[in-house]
Design a protein around this ligand. Structure first.
Ligand code: AMP
Ligand code: MG
Length: 403
């Protein structure tokens, strides 16, 4: 196996190079586009609003007709017609005239302002207006929201409710998105039991499979296989052979350590995988590997649920972000200020659970072991404790990633 130990940064770089090659596109109907990544800039094909429109209920007029209007001397104008939202005036408004207008209706040609109905006597044939106002007061010009040709959303953005709303406002019913990352997940371990089944002697419930599957979905993956196999080389190899035909990405958990029953690496080797790296200089989960099987990228994570979660965030997320060309979901290290104290020297870099608010990081006093998942509840970030850093005092800087 020709591959070695890498730092997290080196691992991420190797992963990016492999995954960025596979960006494929698809079309999504807007109703189903939530969470998808835009494959090309979304441009406005017309201006919005497409016409000058009234922001309120009132009267469209010419401002010059109001120049002498006041509470004691109203301007008196002839009301020529009424336009509601969805209707359109066909005539050009002349001096001395007013058009009764409702919110959202096009302002008739010739009018340059809309008077609030509260500033009038609500007249139907003739209206008295008790206030002067300038041209383009209460006037939403055409293209106020966006203009034809504007880039509304940049490619690589992940569609959320607001972006879907913007795409709809620009008239799109379908958008070009990146293909979902076809992902196969596998948990390995003879001791693992499916939730819902009674636990046998020496067994534990399989949590990592569920955690990984859900996180992969959140990150834009589509689950094509999710299985659990015992620590048996033939079963592992059979799974890998099937997975490589239908997945861009495989994430396995368990069986990567040095025990007698840690057979995942061996199975990968037997199937002809080429390793990108076989160890990461970090804790927890240093035996994590990445390899290429055919054209499929395979991550083999530790079975310990917290260690698996760390490498899901640091490495698998790097891969899904690159497959999708979506920088906003990639794990990006930010600098924060520690507001609790941390003391626990370590000879390798270590990632631990934390909570973050506006760059202020708090490390809860929890059970910090890679086999413990429950204390990850409520954590919003992973905090990097750099190697040989003896003690980190309140107020010192630390690196973290949001999860
Ligand atoms: P391994 O990486 O296979 O050596 O497993 C490390 C530890 O994690 C062992 O205590 C396993 O029982 C446990 N473990 C392995 N896989 C899972 C899983 N899918 N869910 C929960 N715990 C697991
Ligand atoms: Mg195991």
């Amino acid at each position: 196996m020709a591959a070695g130990k890498v730092t997290v940064k080196e691992a991420q770089e190797l992963i990016r190079r492999v995954a960025a090659k596979k960006q494929e596109t698809d079309e999504a109907v807007l109703w189903e586009a939530g969470g998808r990544v835009l494959a090309e800039d979304l441009r406005a094909r017309f201006s919005h609003p497409p016409f000058p429109r009234s922001p309120l209920d009132g009267y469209a007029v010419q401002a010059q007709d109001l120049k002498d209007a006041g509470p004691d001397g109203p301007a008196c104008l002839q009301v020529t017609e009424k336009v509601c939202a969805g209707q359109c005036s066909k005539r050009r408004l002349k001096p001395g005239e007013a058009v009764r207008i409702m919110t959202g209706a096009p302002i008739p040609a010739g009018a340059d302002t809309v008077v609030r109905q509260e500033d009038t006597d609500y007249g139907e044939r003739e209206v008295r207006i008790y206030k002067r106002q300038d041209a383009y007061d209460n006037y939403c010009p055409e293209g106020e929201d966006f203009r034809e040709g504007d880039v509304l959303i940049q490619q690589g953005a992940r569609m959320d409710a607001v972006r879907i709303g913007i795409a709809a406002s620009a008239g799109y019913s379908r958008i070009r998105v990146r293909k979902k990352v076809r992902t196969a997940v596998l948990s390995t371990g003879t001791e693992l039991c499916a939730p819902g089944m009674p636990l046998g002697e020496g067994q534990i419930y399989d949590s990592s499979l569920y955690l990984i599957a859900e996180r992969v979905r959140e990150l834009g993956g589509e689950l094509v296989m999710a299985e659990r196999v015992p620590d048996e080389e033939q079963a592992l190899r059979a799974y890998l052979r099937r997975a490589k035909t239908c997945a861009d990405l495989v994430v396995t958990t368990g069986g990567v350590s040095v025990g007698e029953k840690d057979l995942v690496r061996k199975a990968l080797e037997q199937e002809g995988a080429r390793f990108l790296f076989d160890r990461v200089l970090v804790k927890p989960g240093s035996p994590t590997t990445a390899s290429i099987l055919g054209t499929t990228l395979v991550f083999s994570l530790s079975g310990n649920p917290f260690a698996a979660a760390v490498h899901l965030e640091l490495l698998v997320r790097t891969a899904t972000a690159s497959f999708l060309g979506c920088e906003e979901t990639a794990p990006s290290e930010k600098e924060g200020i520690l507001i609790s104290e941390f003391q626990r020297p370590c000879r390798t870099d270590r990632w631990i659970r934390g909570r973050e608010e506006s760059g202020r990081i708090w490390i809860p006093e929890t059970k910090e072991k890679s086999g413990i998942l429950s204390s990850m509840e409520g954590c919003s970030c992973l905090v990097k404790i750099e190697k040989d850093r003896e003690r980190i005092a309140k107020g010192e800087k630390v690196w973290y990633i949001r999860i």
